[in-house]
Design a protein around this ligand. Structure first.
Ligand code: ADP
Ligand code: MG
Length: 324
């Protein structure tokens, strides 16, 4: 197993503001060479989860095992080495690249910071990486603003790959791009994975992206995984009402507002009322609910090989025990 998250949580507490359980008891396994999709609406905790893996954000609880070793026990020095193997490609290629640096400098910087190369060797590695991601040699001395969004994301990908990581965390890599260039970048990612033997944790709010690229997917709702399994199972035999709503895009009823609300991947879910007791999806759930839905937090339970769902409705035998 390349990466294992064990009961990982992050609680944000800022003075004068409500505390946010941005990531709440998430456990995941990611195999070497896999493409693991993490799907969720805006605010569901995806970026927080992503940033905790290389410890850019410190977890509140839980553990992160990379090749069986707990990253939380690593020293600063060990962590610096581990971060070379775990790279993140950020969502917005417009704000994540220093506008005063050339493409050559941007892609070469990680090699310099880690004292991996200099001079002609550095230049050679940068040019080889540029070719790998589909940038031309004459682009080397240009600045980010001279490029389109898709090309900027190629620069971001090259920067993330220059240290030869094993795990690439892609945080909504195409969501800031025009639809027409999204597919080009996704195809580049497929190509790079095959050539370099990479493992991907691909974060997205687009189930189409998951269907196209991922072997396995987990659906995050308000910081917790509500369903996870092989992509074929998620698309062909999903059992959680949230997943089903996303897949069919059916309207759901919001009982608090007594109106029809679309379960949209674009909404701000922490604005949706949840008392902190019971299933956090209950206020939006379009399914016929049972007593347990508002009384106990459903646990993630296997329903088939590798396929887990957290919903009282499909585990009626657990409802009585949980609700009592
Ligand atoms: P996503 O990437 O899925 O949109 P985030 O991880 O960015 O979700 O955010 C999850 C929740 O945590 C949101 O409610 C967000 O407002 C909150 N949050 C994110 N970063 C911070 C922070 N630094 N301080 C306080 N709250 C935060
Ligand atoms: Mg995010």
């Amino acid at each position: 197993m390349l990466l294992e998250l064990r009961n990982l949580s992050k609680v944000y507490t800022s003075q004068g503001k409500r505390t946010v359980r941005a990531v709440d008891d998430v456990s995941l396994l990611i195999q070497e060479g896999a493409t693991f999709g993490l799907v969720g609406e805006s605010g569901s905790g995806k970026s927080t989860l992503a940033r905790m893996i290389p410890r850019l954000i410190e977890p509140t609880a839980g553990d992160i095992l990379f090749r069986g070793q707990s990253l939380l026990k690593y020293s600063e020095k060990q962590m610096r080495a581990a971060r070379q193997e775990i790279q993140i490609v950020f969502q917005n290629p417009y704000s994540s690249l220093n506008p005063r640096m050339t493409v050559r400098q941007l892609i070469g910087e990680p090699l310099q910071i880690h004292h991996k190369a200099s001079g002609a060797s550095l230049d050679q590695q940068v040019l080889a990486m540029m070719e790998m991601v589909g940038l031309k040699p004459e682009h080397a001395n240009r600045f980010p603003h001279e490029f389109s969004g898709g090309q900027r994301q190629r620069i971001g990908i090259a920067r993330a790959l220059i240290l030869h990581p094993r795990l690439l965390i892609l945080d909504e890599p195409t969501s800031a791009l025009d639809v027409s260039v999204q597919a080009q970048v996704l195809n580049l990612l497929i190509d790079l994975q095959q050539r370099l033997g990479l493992t991907y944790l691909l974060i997205t709010h687009d189930l189409g992206v998951v269907h196209y690229l991922c072997d396995y997917a987990a659906l995050l709702y308000m910081g917790t995984v509500v369903e996870q399994g092989p992509t074929a199972q998620i698309f062909g035999a999903s059992r959680h009402p949230y997943t089903q709503a996303l897949l069919t895009d059916v309207p759901s009823i919001d009982p608090d507002q007594n109106m029809v609300e679309r379960v949209s991947l674009e909404s701000d879910i922490f604005s949706i009322p949840w008392t902190g007791i019971g299933c956090r999806f209950a206020p939006r759930c379009p399914a016929q609910q049972v007593g347990a839905c508002t009384k106990a937090e459903p646990r993630l339970v296997p329903i088939a090989q590798d396929h887990l769902v957290a919903c009282h409705l499909i585990h009626p035998h657990l409802v009585t025990a949980d609700a009592s």
